[in-house]
Design a protein around this ligand. Structure first.
Ligand code: PGA
Length: 251
């Protein structure tokens, strides 16, 4: 069966020294937990120091984005080969903040996802509707469009490597969480899409995380839903205590 994956998306936060302290604290708090895959996604500048700190621990390293070429004249970009070189295993792709502020498209998400898998990384591909889309009754059509555009042409072998994160845009960083029922409804929709596209067996094996104001107080209710297999945590992952509590809520 699928494994619960709880990932901390640190976004554009923490200097190198702060990242080091945060991961040291976390390491202590979650030592011995093997039932859950624990991932932290620092900014690029802290990847190396965090990779050194987590050596031999149960914490894995993730990045927040990558490009689809391996090297070359792409000023400002970081390639999946470079991420792998520093010890990264997971990479968040198509986060709504990247879609909103950096014009990330489903086509780009698709190219990045395919390349990341080819290089041996596990992409965490984010999908989610905006508030006005939810209010207009378009949630499922938006999610389907993002899934089709980002993942529709993957092979069965490729999709098995993917983690999907459902993150309603209106719940990110706002303190407004989707209710467990609202989240479960969309997770079920995503699982059905996967079944139709890749078959039941593959769909049952894919981890679908929920993200958007996950906190120690709501994590258990969310994670106990049938199709919620983990969490992508922003704000609360910046405090070791809070993130550790969220991880323990998944046990
Ligand atoms: P949040 O962010 O937990 O701060 O809402 C989640 C995310 O953007 O991944």
């Amino acid at each position: 069966m699928r494994k619960t994956i709880i990932a901390g998306n640190w976004k554009m936060n923490k200097l190198i020294s702060e990242a080091k302290v945060l991961v040291q604290e976390l390491k202590e708090l979650v030592s011995g937990i093997t039932e859950i895959e624990i991932v932290v996604c620092p900014v690029y500048t802290s990847l190396y120091v965090v990779s050194q700190e987590i050596k031999g621990s149960n914490i894995k390293l993730g990045a927040q984005d990558c490009f689809w070429e391996e090297s070359g004249a792409y000023t400002g970009e970081v390639s999946p080969v470079m991420l792998k070189d520093v010890g990264v295993e997971f990479v968040v792709l198509g986060h709504s903040e990247r879609r909103q502020y950096f014009c990330e498209t489903d086509e780009w998400v698709n190219k990045k996802t395919k390349k990341a898998i080819e290089i041996g990384l596990r992409p965490i591909v984010c999908v989610g509707e905006k508030l006005e889309e939810r209010e207009a009754g378009k949630t499922f059509s938006i999610i389907e469009k993002q899934l089709e555009g980002g993942l529709g042409n993957l092979s069965p072998e490729e999709i098995k490597k993917v983690v999907i994160a459902y993150e309603p845009v209106w719940a990110i960083g706002t303190g407004k969480t989707a209710t467990p029922e609202q989240a479960q409804e969309v997770h079920k929709f995503i699982r059905n899409w996967l079944s139709e596209k890749f078959g039941d067996e593959i769909a049952e094996g894919i981890t679908i995380q929920y993200g958007g104001s996950v906190k120690p107080g709501n994590a258990k209710d969310l994670l106990s839903q049938k199709d919620i297999d983990g969490a992508l945590v922003g704000g609360a992952s910046l405090k070791a205590q809070d993130f550790a509590q969220i991880i323990k809520a998944g046990l």
